[in-house]
Write a protein that binds this ligand. Sequence first.
Ligand code: SF4
Length: 347
Amino acid sequence: MKKAVIKGLDLADLESWIMSIGEKPYRARQLYRWMYRKGARAFAEMTDLSREFRLKLEEIANLECLRIEMRQQSKLDQSIKYLFRLPDNQAVEAVYMLEGNRITVCLSTMVGCPIGCPYCATGIMGFKRNLTAGEIVDQFLWIQREQSQKITNVVLMGMGEPFLNYEAVVKAAAILNSELGAEIAARRITISTVGIVPQIYRYADEGQRYKLAISMNAVNDQQRNKLVPINQKYPLPELMKAVNYYTRKSRRRVTFEYVLIKGVNDGSRHARELIILLSKIPCKLNIIPYNSNEFLPYKAPSEKELEHFLAKIYDAPFTVTVRRSKGQSIAAACGQLYIRGQYTAED
Ligand code: SF4
């Protein structure tokens, strides 16, 4: 008999499953807590469940989901990149980052990515498949289990486009946010999209409370069509209309991310156009200096070029922050996640 995969079930689904195997509904809450709060990886660890019930679970259900295949720790900033092996032998990466009191994990939502942004290492892998909610949550659970301090923030911006795997991503976020689960505050969970317009409306209409980030990266359609190819399907006027709808409906600001690429989108003209583009929307702008990687010809801006761009955007009517990516030395920074054929020695 094929064992039931229960990681990734929310409480309602777990209750239905528990009842379907002839157990009382309260058992679902116990199981849920053990899986998502305490991060148990075997039924034997669930010590307050009766031995009989644990044995029954072992026989019919499977708690294992991902396997850690590799950890790479950066000597520079304590980031750790994890390589996880999936049950079908595919692989994904997730990153653990430490900054003061903030402990963030960046999770993947797909194996590869269908969007194919030309500056992104993940994009050149192509799309293999969506992750399940359980596979997304399990990246978090594994990393939390390995770390002594509680993870405070989750960003869904690893490999993949989260809004093309909408149901699984929102379900995973709900499990991570839930009181009986990992209890990460909704405002500390960020979902980042390149701009899948119908899903932005859906997200707004569903009243989802997780932070929304939009990877902007360009200032006009001509440039964005190249840098973020999905723009050909959902051009900027449509995207901005959808984002506007979201901010009005949710009464929340949105974060625009702008990967600053040397000689591509880092000129004074780009800064001016960006201010005009974003000025009418309640937002924050997060500038991410590009991280070069061995596969692609794009380059990181120099410190001087970054300063120049910041000086031009200094008087924008919205908050501007710079995110200096963690984990560059282990290819764990934004746009660098890529499953290499073989991992080399730790850096
Ligand atoms: S930047 Fe994001 S959406 Fe674009 S190819 Fe990379 S992972 Fe996919």
